[in-house]
Design a protein. Structure first.
Length: 239
């Protein structure tokens, strides 16, 4: 998923997309990795989750840490931060992002339909190669729906709106995403997703999630879209 239309007017289209990937992924914790499409599910009450990830998106290389906690049934609080660096000769050299989010899923079932809402707020800043910084922020309101089967297969649908401001310029965009999960074994799951902003071409990705233990998972994904190739890898710990 992406955030606002353009994070920096001085960056090219591919640079903008890469910066937006960092800003969103480095914000609040998203769906179960390696998906970026969020699922209509929350942690168990009193349960927490920490994730650390690596991102390569066009010219950007980034790392991020995020986590979530459930204080009440059907409610999850999330927060995260990340940093990325540009490779090659670019107008920018570093990007930073921090964010918080609230996810509310009143209709939640292990099998069948689940539905909820999620709101996120992310602040980001970009250090320019020639000196100086650009600052921005965004809001994201997204409707979530998931459909799960007894066999472990699942479909996730997101539909939302992002609006924000970067370097004094306002922008807003409607976005959607569709993801699928298919268990290959008890510990290995195949994932696939397609996401799109209304003003950009769709992005597609394939990934895998491996459960080392019931509480520890490793994941990786690769994809292409909007003129870019991207890769992610992450480790997730639930406690």
């Amino acid at each position: 998923m992406k955030i606002v239309d353009a994070p920096a007017p001085r960056a090219g289209r591919a640079d903008r997309a890469a910066l937006l990937s960092l800003a969103l992924l480095s914000g609040p914790a998203l769906a179960d990795r390696p998906l970026t499409v969020d699922d209509a599910a929350t942690l168990v009450v009193g349960e927490g989750k920490l994730e650390a990830g690596w991102l390569r998106d066009d010219t950007l290389r980034g790392v991020e840490v995020n986590g979530g906690y459930s204080p009440l049934q059907g409610l999850e609080l999330e927060a995260g931060a990340g940093r990325g660096e540009a490779r090659g000769k670019r107008d920018w050299r570093r990007a930073h992002a921090e964010g918080v989010a609230v996810k509310w899923v009143p209709l939640q079932a292990p099998v069948g339909l689940s539905a909820g809402l999620r709101y996120a707020y992310v602040r980001d800043r970009v250090e320019l190669s020639g000196g100086g910084r650009l600052h921005g922020h965004l809001h994201d309101a997204t409707a979530l729906a998931s459909l799960a089967s007894e066999a472990g297969n699942a479909l996730h649908l997101n539909l939302g709106r992002r609006w924000g401001r970067f370097d004094g310029e306002r922008s807003a965009v409607t976005h959607w995403g569709l993801a699928a999960e298919h268990p290959l074994t008890e510990t290995l799951t195949l994932t696939a997703e397609i996401v799109r902003d209304a003003d950009a071409r769709p992005e597609r990705a394939l990934g895998v999630r491996y459960l080392v233990t019931d509480d520890l998972a490793l994941s990786a994904a690769c994809g292409r879209g909007d003129g870019r190739n991207f890769w992610t890898a992450a480790v997730s710990w639930t406690f």
